[in-house]
Write a protein that binds this ligand. Sequence first.
Ligand code: 2HA
Ligand code: ZN
Length: 300
Amino acid sequence: MLASLHIEGFFHESAKKILEESIVKNIVEAPFVKEMVEVTSNLYRLGWDERNGGNVSYLLDEEVVQEYLDTTNVLRTISMDFDGTALSGKYFIVTGSGKYFKNVIQDPANNLGVIRVSEDGHGVELLWGYTDGGVPTSELPAHLMSHIARLEVDPENRIVMHCHASHLLAMTFTHELTAKAMTRTLWEMCTECMVVFPEGIQVLPWLIPGSNEIGQATAEKMKAARLVLWSFHGVYGAGRTMDETFGLIETAEKAAQIYTYVQAQGGVRQTITDENFIDLAKQFGITPNPEFFEAQVTSI
Ligand code: 2HA
Ligand code: ZN
């Protein structure tokens, strides 16, 4: 009796193992889907992505995607009118056009999609998601062009994130719109800012969202910095990981919030000096963008 139970148990275990190995894992359990769900939920919770505001794209490795999807099974091809050949064959998980970040957690398969940039670079192949017939974010040009630009300067860049961070957006109405002025103010509002984004923040004038023009302009700025402010609209961030990229935007947004309080309290009376910044750079072993220093600085 005992022996037969053992044999049954053995067959049961090995059959289960074979079954598990032959079934691709449930994609909703994939770490990259969980990260997308978590970040969109946080962006919504913080009030930075009302309605269908914001979009996130995440470059994935083919081997990782293949753990969850049959990559030969293309569900649909979606065209795009810019040249994405630099990313041909690359996989991304991307938030959907018109989708609400508020809803991603309840239905990841409808609000997110896994795409592969087609061979000719003029379309993307849908492998999973957008279940109601949807398409990737309207900001796909800005995302893919930014990925191309960031990968040129940092081969490990994976994330591009756009949101309507409230205080940063507000500052574009009241603050001088140059990279230097904006960077200096943000750096001065929290000591850690210069350490988190030593290259500073770049600034774009108002441009039509979703256009190739804003995509090209964003990508151009992304060669110099991981943060690009879109006047009267929001902010773009890029980075190696979801945490790093979210943390980057979060840090700049916190500084913008402090700026708002400082202005409400009557304006700056004293602040961090160039000398303080030089000491900070030495302490943390970072090289801040020298263009953003008041005086000519030669010692960093
Ligand atoms: O996707 O935020 O910039 C909605 C937007 C457009
Ligand atoms: Zn937007």
